[in-house]
Ligand binder design. Structure first.
Ligand SMILES: Nc1ncnc2c1ncn2[C@@H]1O[C@H](COP(=O)(O)OP(=O)(O)O)[C@@H](O)[C@H]1O
Ligand SMILES: [Mg+2]
Length: 240
């Protein structure tokens, strides 16, 4: 289980405004949490704290009871909004960089694993090409395969559909759902409500660095809006 407790981020130590303000929530093993909310709500900052790319001002993040920063490197996988592939490395080299650096396995075993993942994602003919020659969807699948090389029990997606053709939303939903595993938690930040509805067990709605709603998929998307914050109702009504 992932546990976030009173997570707070201020950009300057004494700044009045918190970017994240005492966020507390859990994600159970095997579950997918979608994080929705307007731009500037703090969604990316939350993912960056979970991935140890940003140090929180206060609060605790644990996974199965252990502080998240004690997990082995790569155990929190993140697929960035712009995918962040290394442009000077081939697809295969992008996958091998982190596990080789952490000496995760023999070169041969890592090569085999990378090729197997790339085949699973339909990228077998792209193994030796550079990222610039890939489509957006292909880049994303490389970024996902790269995160999976480290077998992450915590997997994070930041706006996985924002750089893609809207027609790919269903494909991205299917890919994310297929990554569900009993010992893994998946967090998906998205402004694409259809994606959240398709993939998530639980929905977190954020505004101004705070959690306004933490409810099941069924409650968040119920027709009546019963049980939702006023802000979430406005957010949903602006989409329809
Ligand atoms: N490095 C930074 N320095 C100052 N303010 C920042 C920085 N990163 C993010 N912010 C501010 O924090 C708030 C939340 O940003 P972000 O986490 O990117 O929101 P979201 O992903 O929900 O759009 C925004 O108001 C943004 O301007
Ligand atoms: Mg963001």
């Amino acid at each position: 289980m992932l546990n976030v407790s009173a997570l707070t981020v201020r950009m300057q130590q004494n700044a009045e405004r918190s970017i994240l303000d005492h966020l507390s929530f859990d994600v159970n093993d095997g579950e997918i949490l979608a994080i929705l909310g307007p731009s500037g709500a703090g969604k990316t900052t939350l993912l960056r704290c979970l991935a140890l790319l940003h140090k929180q001002t206060a609060g605790r993040i644990t996974f199965n009871g252990a502080p998240i920063d004690t997990l082995a490197p790569g155990k929190v996988g993140i697929v960035f909004q712009g995918f962040n592939l290394f442009p000077h490395l081939t697809v295969l080299e992008n996958l091998l960089l982190a596990p080789k650096c952490h000496k995760k396995d023999t070169s041969q075993a890592l090569n085999d694993k990378a090729k197997k993942l790339l085949c699973q994602f339909g990228l077998e003919s792209q193994i030796h090409v550079y990222p610039h020659s890939l489509s957006g969807g292909q880049k994303q699948r490389v970024a996902i395969a790269r995160a999976l090389m480290m077998d992450p029990p915590v997997l994070l997606f930041d706006e996985p559909t924002s750089a893609l053709d809207p027609e790919l939303i269903n494909e991205v939903s299917d890919i994310i759902k297929a990554l569900r595993q009993p010992n893994r938690v998946i967090l998906v930040v998205t402004h694409e409500v259809r994606l959240a509805r398709h993939v998530a067990d639980q929905i977190l709605f954020m505004n101004n660095g705070m959690i306004l709603d933490n409810v099941t998929n069924a409650v968040f998307f119920n027709e009546s809006g019963d049980g939702l914050s006023g802000r979430a109702k406005i957010f949903l009504s602006n989409l329809s």
